[in-house]
Design a protein around this ligand. Structure first.
Ligand code: CA
Length: 685
């Protein structure tokens, strides 16, 4: 089958124009081609029937063999077999993230089965990107999200389908993705008896969440690097001139089997008390592999221990028994907690709070073992045992050992069943993810070298895991995401923390230039940039003023002559067009048309001062870029729902209906203008 090439048409339908208030979703009637519209939040959205896209290697159908699939919209659906694809050319109004959703039906397979499909993009700047998604089998039409895709301003070609999908695609939308609402994340700790230092640390974290990323670095433990625990930190200092604000530790060496002092606790105290840095810690707690014959309290060589799951280590340690009082597993775990608590208490006595990340990566390995469990023993009996284990650790450390210097950080994944592993809001203060995507699961379109993606799709997943109630951190990583990806993708990770060794110091995982760039950026907080009083000044975390990452389009301010004389009272502002000639909108092949209008001289009358001043007003140009496009519609919608404010110039330009007030009449006039229903703005009463 040949290519079916149908261009998306940018016209807004007449049906869209009859609405009174344009920021509610218009009741579109599909006219057979694509549409651009404005969502409730002011985002630009592109919508099309899949049968109207550029189709390659697939066919438009209304049934598959003799099977009917009723409920499709438009003239049918695209039946993708083998490697067929659908493409759409999108004129993105700005560089940013756009979510691709397709109404589709994976008709092959059975309940619970998945098929792979691909999505790729050729951006206006020449860069490319692709990834594989997994579409679950369904019996009816469903909205499936391909995730968030970065587009650059201008024409991008987005192609989806393919892989081994054998899927039916009905329609698609591509919608500008808003930044998460960082303000929803709590600054409160669950522990009502949290120490002032722990509260202040949490308050400080909240104060920078969404507007900055805090630098972190894991140290090696147990005498690695020939005992040089500063190796990674010296490397960072040499490369960037800076040091990380957070230092990662691990309490692995304090255990009932072979435990020995490797200086972890002492270095943690030194990091906070003498260096003014923040401490985070994980806990690779080992168990004896031959647990059946293990006698509690006896030493075991570290080679005879493991933190791996029983399937990999052949350990006879039954994790489920940890929850059962009277079992040897229970007694062993209690002894291990005692060793850990001893160290944590030393930190508490020294007023050192800890971002504590025990039992991490519990769902690791995506359920690739027989019973769907992880690579660490604490996850190897499934989600229910894990969650009880987490709660037991939480309760024991908090209530039995009176440890209140802990900020409890839960390590999650982004699998479809990851929510079933979440211990619950009342046991979790922070959510975190460990990013390792250089060797597997790349999403940056490259095949080797550092992967500087900000993995915003995963970030968004983790935000949504708690409906934004918990801050989300990158608790371990290989490549640190670069600044552009972090900010363009609205991936507001609280901090990053590369694992030790080659993850930081080899070209395979980290570009030294990128490391230098992020450590010396405004966006990244380094050790020297931590407030000197972060241990005490943010105790009332919730009252700390927070800032959020810049998410809206930057509005260039046009300097006007006599701007001080322009009335800012829109209720008395009247504009009259003396020149209503406009250049007819060009017939664009792309979705977001940009039409050029001429500057119009208008007369503005205001009551105070009661003088008449000539003012150059360009109706409809709300982002002040000299053009009128769908982006201006976005601005107007955002203004009308109080998401952004207008300056005086923008207020003048917004009165498209020329009746002295900014309301739905202006939105309607602007929509008609963009749809080329009118070629000049009307004059209201
Ligand atoms: Ca359709």
């Amino acid at each position: 089958m040949g290519k079916k090439l149908i261009k998306l048409n940018a016209l807004l339908t007449a049906a869209a124009l009859g609405i009174g208030v344009c920021y509610t979703l218009p009741n579109y009637v599909m006219a057979g081609k694509g549409f651009v519209w404005i969502t409730e939040t002011g985002a630009v959205s592109f919508k099309s029937e899949c049968e109207d896209l550029i189709i390659d290697g697939a066919e438009v159908a209304t049934k598959v063999y003799n099977d009917e699939y009723p409920g499709y919209t438009g003239e049918g659906f695209v039946w993708v077999t083998n490697s067929g694809t659908m493409s759409v050319k999108v004129d993105a109004p700005k560089t940013g993230m756009y979510r691709l959703v397709s109404r589709c039906l994976m008709y092959l397979g059975n309940e619970g089965e998945i098929r792979e499909a691909g999505v790729s993009v050729e951006r206006s700047d020449g860069s490319t990107w692709s990834k594989t998604v997994k579409i679950p089998h369904t019996n009816s039409w469903n909205d499936f999200s391909f995730g968030d895709i970065k587009l650059t301003k201008g024409e991008n070609t987005v192609t989806f389908g393919g892989g081994w999908g054998y899927c039916l695609y009905d329609s698609m939308t591509l919608t500008e993705t808003d930044a998460p609402d960082y303000s929803k994340a709590t600054a409160e700790l669950n522990d009502p008896n949290a120490t002032p230092e722990a509260k202040s640390l949490m308050g400080y974290l909240k104060s920078v969440y969404g507007s900055h990323i805090i630098s972190g670095q894991q140290e090696i433990y147990g005498g690695g690097n020939d005992g040089n625990s500063e190796l990674e930190f010296d490397y960072i200092k040499d490369t960037t001139g800076k040091l990380p604000a957070i230092r990662g530790f691990d309490f692995m060496n304090y255990n009932p089997l072979y435990g020995w002092e490797d200086g972890t606790t002492e270095r943690a105290i030194d990091w906070t008390k003498n260096k003014n840095g923040i401490v985070t810690a994980s806990w690779h707690i080992n168990v004896p592999i031959n647990f059946e014959n293990y006698v509690l309290g006896e030493p075991v060589d570290w080679k005879e221990c493991s933190y791996k799951n029983y399937q990999a280590s052949n350990s006879t340690f039954n994790t489920a028994n940890v929850l059962v009082e009277g079992t040897k597993e229970y007694d062993y775990f209690q002894a291990a907690i005692e060793d850990l608590a001893e160290q944590l208490l030393i930190l508490q006595e020294n007023n050192v709070p800890i971002i504590f990340r025990p039992l991490h990566e519990a769902q690791g390995n995506e359920g690739n073992y027989g019973d769907g469990t992880s690579w660490f023993w604490w996850g190897d009996r499934g989600a229910e045992v894990f969650k009880e284990l987490w709660k037991m650790l939480y309760t024991t450390l908090t209530e039995k050992y009176n440890l209140h210097n802990l900020i409890w950080e839960f390590n999650s994944y982004n699998y479809s069943n990851s929510p079933t592993w979440y211990p619950g809001d009342e046991y979790v203060d922070l959510v975190a993810y460990d990013k390792y995507n250089v060797d597997n699961g790349r999403d940056d379109g490259l095949t080797s070298g550092p992967n500087e993606s900000a993995i915003s799709a995963i970030y968004n997943y983790l935000v949504e895991l708690t409906d934004g109630r918990k801050m989300v951190a990158m608790s371990e990583n290989d490549t640190i995401p670069n600044i552009e990806n972090l900010t363009v993708e609205n991936a507001g990770w609280l901090y990053f923390c590369p694992w030790y060794g080659e993850h930081l110091m080899s070209e395979r995982y980290q570009n030294a230039d990128t490391l230098n760039e992020i450590y010396n950026s405004e966006y990244c907080i380094t050790l020297d940039e931590l407030p000197s009083d972060w241990l005490s000044a943010y105790v009332n975390g919730s009252s700390v003023t927070t800032t959020t990452m810049e998410t809206t389009i930057t509005i260039p301010v046009t300097t006007l002559e006599n701007t001080t004389n322009v009335s800012t009272d829109t209720s008395t502002l009247t504009t009259k067009q003396t020149n209503t000639e406009t250049t007819p909108a060009s017939t664009s092949e792309s979705i977001a048309t940009t039409t050029e209008t001429t500057w119009m001289t208008t007369t503005t009358t205001s009551t105070s001062p009661s003088t008449t001043l000539p003012l150059r007003v360009k109706l409809g140009d709300l982002n002040l870029d000299d053009g009128v496009s769908v982006v201006d519609m976005v601005y107007l919608n955002k203004y009308m729902v109080n998401i952004i404010k207008f300056n005086d110039q923008q207020k003048c330009n917004a009165d498209c209906y020329s009746d002295g007030v900014i309301d739905s009449s202006d939105a309607s006039a602007l929509m008609q203008f963009l749809a080329q229903q009118i070629d000049s703005f009307p004059v209201g009463s």
